[in-house]
Write a protein that binds this ligand. Structure first.
Ligand SMILES: [Zn+2]
Ligand SMILES: [Zn+2]
Length: 305
């Protein structure tokens, strides 16, 4: 059994595509924010909004995670659950939200799914999202991921009663692994009929989230126009397979041949998310796949005996 050390939180840079020079910050309803900037600490509560124009740190009382709303000029207000660090990078501000790993999984799963997608497809998206966050390395310096297409789309935290939050919770800790390593699983909107291997795609060198899984070209139940790089899970195809009654495991086995789904177990309480907290050791629990999965050209997935 392989032990994987993984931090309980991820640091995601948000709103970078808007190139903000100032940010409006407001606590969520009933939330209290502690704001540190220019050597001063202030407490923010109620409907009060402040404007951040330089370096700042924002958390809940005692350094806890907090719910807040952030707005940059030209963008929609976004609600986050986490801790905010604002840095100055030349003329622009860099906003980094440190959030619980599972909060990020739910948020990205929410941003990546249209309202009506089948729940099993939603679960498959949650697992590939978590796998990406756990397996992708060296995407950025000073934080882990950005919220754009470069890394993974994120529009703010998912409502707790959303299907995305439920999908994240039900698949909690589940990741796709290959030869004992977490695969930073790629996905695209629509493959057009067949997914691509890494070699067939335009992906090169530093853009590939390490470590290496070769990917496979598998038949997709949906033909038509391709949208995206076509490597890994096809979101439209995944919805189609789910609509035929197949589970998230079947979908994952179809688009990621030769992989298994394993469950990462957090061995320390999730509340321990102070800055500079030691990394948590995560011991993957081997979940043997109940069936062998193989690709076929008709339904997209079938179960081998
Ligand atoms: Zn990025
Ligand atoms: Zn497809």
């Amino acid at each position: 059994m392989l032990a994987i050390a993984i931090a309980a939180t991820v640091r995601i840079s948000v709103m970078g595509s808007l190139h903000p020079v100032q940010l409006a910050l407001q606590p969520a309803r009933d939330a209290v924010l502690v704001v540190e900037r220019q050597g001063r600490t202030e407490t923010l509560r109620g409907a009060r909004t402040i404007t951040i124009t330089g370096p700042a740190r924002v958390s809940g009382p005692g350094g806890a995670m907090a719910q807040f709303r952030l707005t940059a000029r030209g963008g929609k207000p976004r609600d986050y659950l986490g801790k905010l660090q604002v840095r100055s990078t030349g003329a622009e501000l860099l906003a980094i939200v440190e959030m619980d790993r599972e909060t990020a999984v739910a948020a990205i799963t929410d941003a990546e799914g249209s309202p009506g997608i089948p729940f099993e497809a939603r679960k498959a998206q949650a697992v590939v999202t978590r796998s990406y966050l756990a397996g992708a390395r060296n995407r950025h310096v000073g934080f882990d991921f950005c919220d754009s297409d470069h890394c993974q789309l994120l529009k703010g935290s998912a409502p707790t009663d959303s299907a995305a939050s439920a999908a994240a919770m039900i698949t909690r800790g589940q990741v796709v692994t290959y030869k004992g390593d977490v695969v930073p699983t790629l996905y695209s909107a629509s493959c057009g009929g067949h997914t691509k291997t890494l070699a067939q795609s335009k992906w090169t060198g530093a853009n590939i989230p390490q470590p290496g899984y070769p990917y496979f070209s598998v038949a997709c139940p949906l033909q038509g126009r391709a949208s995206g790089h076509g490597v890994g899970l096809c979101q439209l195809g995944s919805m189609e397979i789910a609509q035929h009654g197949y589970s998230a495991r079947i979908i994952l086995g179809h688009y990621f041949p030769n992989t298994v789904v394993e469950t990462l177990e957090f061995t320390a309480p999730r509340e321990e998310v102070r800055p500079n907290a030691p990394k948590l050791t995560v011991v993957p629990k081997i979940v043997p796949p109940p069936r062998t999965l193989a690709a076929s050209v008709d339904t997209g997935a079938r179960v081998a005996p």
